[in-house]
Design a binder for this molecule. Structure first.
Ligand code: IVH
Length: 666
């Protein structure tokens, strides 16, 4: 029976706390059944900590109020390193010289509900919520069903009364499962794991609480710490002792100074997302229990501990306006203008709204209260719109019918989510965006000619196209007259422009700002064609044969190099002296399919066509869009049509998917 109990406890812990079970449900049930059978056969041997016991009793009609022996207080907060220093200084101020700069201990600030547990002679006796701090609700039946909560502590049977406090929480994975289940049944979902844990403990029927994935993490011993154990004189030792008794305790770090506290705090900001449950900060406590006693409390907070909160990741604010921005390639994107707020430690005043569809999905309007979420470094997003607080005067958002900058009609291509200005390079917004892109670090890298000056020069008519940048040296007198732009800065700009003339073919292609051609594609084009003239002259087939270039990008590039305006700009740039070293094309002669040209047709069952194309290219083959006598092989999937007929007619070898897979696997 003991072996089964220990095994069940281990598996409960893995399942409910770590969310990492190693048994199948049926295997677990079998262990449980075996224990139950033994308990039925030998009732007088039933162990007090048997998990079979761990189900609640009958439903209650109401919770009883219980007054705490010792009030359950809350914690003060600090939000940054200065605050933390201040907290430690206030601790020092109350200590004698010899006691100054005490050791501290740091714990996770678990985002759940504070609960006080009582054990009488080692037996679980009572669980009470924090309530108002003085009086809470008796949730003994519900808490009993928490699988990692020990019901019997053998090593504490000599302690008449042990009071342990800690946090009840719902691990993230369990929370998501619970919500999915609720969703499937069309029931209400919980907003976050904390609410779900609270809702579960507030159930009058313990059977419901029992079905919820809850866990208990102990963080303090409030009564019954054995005096005889003089080695338990610190918070960290007290938690270690609770761990020995069978409680789950959160990670603990003992630190000597504010720097070390800061380092640990920052490392936890990095790893918090990897934890199985949510935390909203760290708790920092004076480690010595006698110093804690000496420091005491100030109104409702201990002087010896504080919460070092993480920057909030979600905050509420008002969406003041929705503006439309025109990008380099004419895409018109909505940008939300917020009443500025701090999220995750930085002030934000803009949020991305992606596209018109996103506005419809969120059903958001200018003037709405919104929750703004920022995780990691990503640009903040609206996670929720508070429709119940909507202003009566607000109106639904409409997609503008004309470009907000040049008033050309807006087009909404069927296959694209984004609306576009049809003005092309006639649109000043597209012109300036093209300039900004051209000088950017990863393109021509013209340091010093920042966005601000570029826009001013554009407005003054000094630059219109990217080629005009290389004529700026003829306008230095005018440039100097610009506010805040002294002779020295102008000199720097001119030098940076001069220096940018030596570049690489890949950077140059990227700088041209061809739609769909990012840095990677620009590099591939440079590798594939080796020089600009070949790229400009390339037909669709040749363009598509470039690694990672699909039909759409090939078409956009093909079109770009056919527009007289673009050719003119490119020629001016070259005439102005923009140049690059010859591209060293990597030799592919060692690759097995070097010199071969393949065509793909039909549907492949094992991968997408792009993937097959990439695999062929990796082996050295060129992949073309159409069959000719020069084609080496046709890779034909299901429902291959006219290309198949043509291959047969031209005597081009046809390769089936299986044969192809064998080839790429070799
Ligand atoms: S110690 C005198 N340790 O935070 C109060 N509290 O904001 C001592 N909490 O009500 C509390 N994790 O529910 C402590 N490791 C931890 C904690 C923790 C979460 C909660 C607790 C408390 C609230 C205060």
């Amino acid at each position: 029976m003991r072996t089964l109990i220990e095994a069940l406890k281990t598996h409960n812990y893995r399942y409910y706390v770590l969310d990492n079970p190693i048994l199948e449900d049926s295997e677990y049930d079998q262990l449980r059944r075996s224990l139950l059978e033994l308990e039925e056969a030998y009732p007088d041997l039933i162990q007090p900590d048997s998990p079979i016991n761990q189900v609640g009793d009958i439903p209650l009609s109401a919770f009883t109020q219980v007054t705490h022996d010792i009030p359950m207080l809350s914690l003060g907060n600090v939000f940054d390193y200065d605050d933390l220093h201040g907290f430690m200084r206030r601790v020092n101020d109350r200590l004698s010289d010899a006691q100054q700069n005490p050791e501290y201990e740091m714990e996770l600030k678990l985002d759940g509900l504070a609960v006080s547990l009582k054990y009488e002679n080692g037996h679980y006796a009572q669980a009470v919520t924090r309530g108002d701090g003085q009086t809470g609700e008796d949730i003994t039946q519900n808490a009993k069903t928490i699988r990692n909560l020990p019901l019997y502590l053998r090593d504490a049977k000599d302690i008449d009364l042990l009071e342990v406090r800690g946090e009840v929480l719902m691990p993230k994975a369990g929370f998501e499962r619970l919500n999915r289940l609720a969703e499937d049944k069309g029931e209400k979902t919980f907003a976050n794991p904390r609410n779900a844990a609270a809702g579960s403990l507030r159930q009058l029927d313990p059977a419901i609480a029992a079905s919820r994935p809850l866990a208990f993490y102990a963080y303090s011993v409030n009564q019954g710490l054995p005096d005889s154990f003089d080695k338990i004189d610190t918070q960290s030792a007290a938690l270690a002792w609770l761990g020995d008794l069978g409680f789950t305790v959160s990670a603990v770090e003992v630190i000597a100074n504010p720097r070390a506290a800061q380092t640990y705090y920052e490392s936890m900001i990095e790893t918090r997302d990897d934890l199985p449950f949510e935390i909203d900060g760290m708790v920092i406590k004076v480690n010595s229990l006698s110093l804690q006693q000496q420091l005491g409390f100030l109104s409702r907070e201990p002087r010896w501990a504080t919460a070092y909160k993480f920057p909030a990741e979600t905050v509420m604010t008002r969406l003041q306006a929705i503006e439309w921005q025109v990008g380099r390639t004419g895409q018109i994107t909505p940008v939300g203008k917020l009443e500025p707020v701090k999220v995750g430690g930085v002030t934000v005043s803009n949020v991305t709204l992606h596209n018109f569809g996103e506005i419809e999905r969120l059903d958001v309007r200018a003037g709405d209260m919104v929750s703004v979420h920022r995780a990691g470094d990503v640009i903040p997003k609206i996670s929720r719109v508070w429709h119940d607080q909507r202003l009566e005067t607000s109106e639904p958002v409409a997609l503008p019918s004309t470009c907000p900058v040049c008033e050309s009609p807006v087009i909404l291509p069927e296959d694209e989510a984004l609306a576009r200005c049809s003005g092309g390079l006639f649109c000043p917004a597209q012109q300036t965006e093209a300039l900004i892109h051209f000088v950017s670090r990863r393109a021509m890298d013209i340091d010093g000619l920042g966005e601000r000056w570029l826009i001013s020069f554009f407005k003054q008519g000094l630059v219109k196209t990217v080629a005009d940048i290389y004529d700026l040296h003829q306008h230095t007198e005018e440039m100097i007259t610009f506010e805040k732009l002294g002779e020295k800065s102008v000199q720097n700009i001119i030098e940076a422009i001069e220096a940018s003339k030596k570049t690489t073919l890949a950077r140059f292609i990227y700088a041209l700002g061809i739609r769909g051609v990012g840095e990677g594609t620009a590099q591939n084009f440079a590798q594939q064609f080796g020089d600009l003239d070949s790229l400009m002259a390339a037909d669709m087939d040749a363009l598509i044969a470039t690694p990672d270039v699909g039909t759409i990008t090939a078409e956009l590039a093909h079109e770009f190099f056919r527009a007289p305006h673009n050719i003119e700009v490119i020629n001016s740039l070259i005439e102005a002296g923009v140049h690059w070293d010859k591209v060293e094309q990597k030799s592919s002669s060692d690759l097995p399919l070097d010199g071969q040209t393949w065509v793909i047709t039909g549907a492949l069952s094992s991968m997408a066509r792009d993937e097959a194309k990439a695999k062929l290219q990796a082996l050295g083959a060129k992949v073309s869009g159409s069959i000719s006598a020069k084609t080496t092989a046709l890779l034909a999937g299901e429902k291959a049509g006219s290309k198949m007929a043509k291959a047969e007619k031209l005597g081009v070898k046809v390769v089936g998917e299986d044969e192809f897979l064998g080839l790429v696997r070799e």
